[in-house]
Design a protein around this ligand. Structure first.
Ligand SMILES: O=C(O)CCC(=O)C(=O)O
Ligand SMILES: [Mn+2]
Length: 203
């Protein structure tokens, strides 16, 4: 049996039609999830990015930090990542062991409260390759993660609890959008790490 068919035999993998999702709620135990949350909260260089929306510059509703092996050029802009921290390296290794791919970058998101969010999008930038494997690790507050099929409007929902790991794979990014919606419920801070493999000569 080859590596790939072995990989998708694990009971945590689900074929969602036009894509594959792995979801393991207890990927990290409670103590480890708390440890990594406080270390990452304290050590990553969190910043709030500005984006253009309807011709106006607005602040993104979350904080971010980007870490990786090498710079890449996106829309004519060269982005230089921060270095890997010891905790990010440890978590990257654990995610690679499950996903069976290597990750050379991680986008960290910090949702400060229920009003912080991420809008509907696909992780389909050319530098992620055709069928990217994206490993998404969750720490801190539990938040709702939604997926919506672009063709049949089927919606999937995951309550991403602390220590859980969700992997998106196969053709998923071609056919599904995903989002973290705002909520009126009182929510504390949540950190999400999305490990990715960036192809540096994609253009
Ligand atoms: O916070 C999450 O769970 C989703 C993050 C995400 O979709 C992204 O960084 O592209
Ligand atoms: Mn995404």
């Amino acid at each position: 049996m080859d590596k790939q068919s072995n990989l998708f035999e694990s009971s945590f993998w689900q074929n969602v039609g036009q894509g594959k999702i792995y979801y393991q709620p207890d990927f990290l135990n409670h103590a480890k999830a708390e440890y990594y949350f406080s270390r990452l909260r304290a050590t990553l260089p969190w910043y709030q990015e500005r984006i253009m929306m309807f011709g106006r510059s607005v602040l993104q509703p979350r904080l971010q930090a980007w870490h990786g092996d090498a710079a890449y050029t996106y829309s004519g802009l060269t982005m230089v990542p921060n270095h890997w921290t010891p905790e990010l390296k440890e978590l990257r290794e654990r995610c690679e062991a499950i996903a069976q791919v290597s990750f050379n970058s991680v986008l960290a998101n910090l949702y400060r409260n229920g009003q912080d969010s991420m809008g509907w999008h696909q992780d389909n930038e050319p530098e992620l390759g055709t069928n990217p494997v994206i490993a998404s690790l969750n720490l801190g507050e539990t938040r709702r993660f939604l997926l919506k099929n672009l063709h049949c409007k089927t919606q999937l929902e995951y309550e991403l609890s602390p220590g859980s790991l969700l992997i998106m794979a196969g053709e998923l990014q071609h056919h599904w959008k995903h989002a973290i919606p705002k909520t009126a419920k009182p929510k504390g801070e949540r950190i999400n790490l999305t490990f990715r493999h960036i192809i540096h000569d994609a253009s």
